[in-house]
Write a protein of this length. Structure first.
Length: 73
C-alpha cells in the first residue's frame, strides 16, 4: 500500500475544490510562499490540518490503528 503525504492529500482536495495553494494561504492568513514551503517539507501541525479541513469543507480524522486488533486509537 502506497502512503501519500498530508501535503499531497491536501493538494488533491484543492484540485477537486478548484482552489489554489495561494487561495488557501489567503484564507489561513499565511503567505503563498510560506504555505508552499510547508507543502514541500510536509510540515503541518494537526491544528493547521483541521483548519484546512474546515476551509475545504472536509472531515478530518486523525488516529492510529493497532495492526493486530485493527483498533483505532
Amino acid at each position: 500500500m502506497v502512503s501519500i503525504s498530508f501535503g499531497e492529500k491536501i493538494k488533491i482536495i484543492l484540485k477537486r475544490k478548484n482552489m489554489t495553494i495561494g487561495e488557501l494561504a489567503e484564507k489561513t492568513g499565511q503567505t503563498r510562499q510560506n504555505l508552499s514551503n510547508k507543502f514541500s517539507r510536509d510540515n503541518f501541525s494537526e491544528k493547521e490540518i483541521r483548519k484546512f479541513a474546515k476551509i475545504l469543507e472536509c472531515e478530518f480524522d486523525f488516529y492510529f490503528i493497532i495492526k493486530d486488533t485493527n483498533e483505532k486509537v
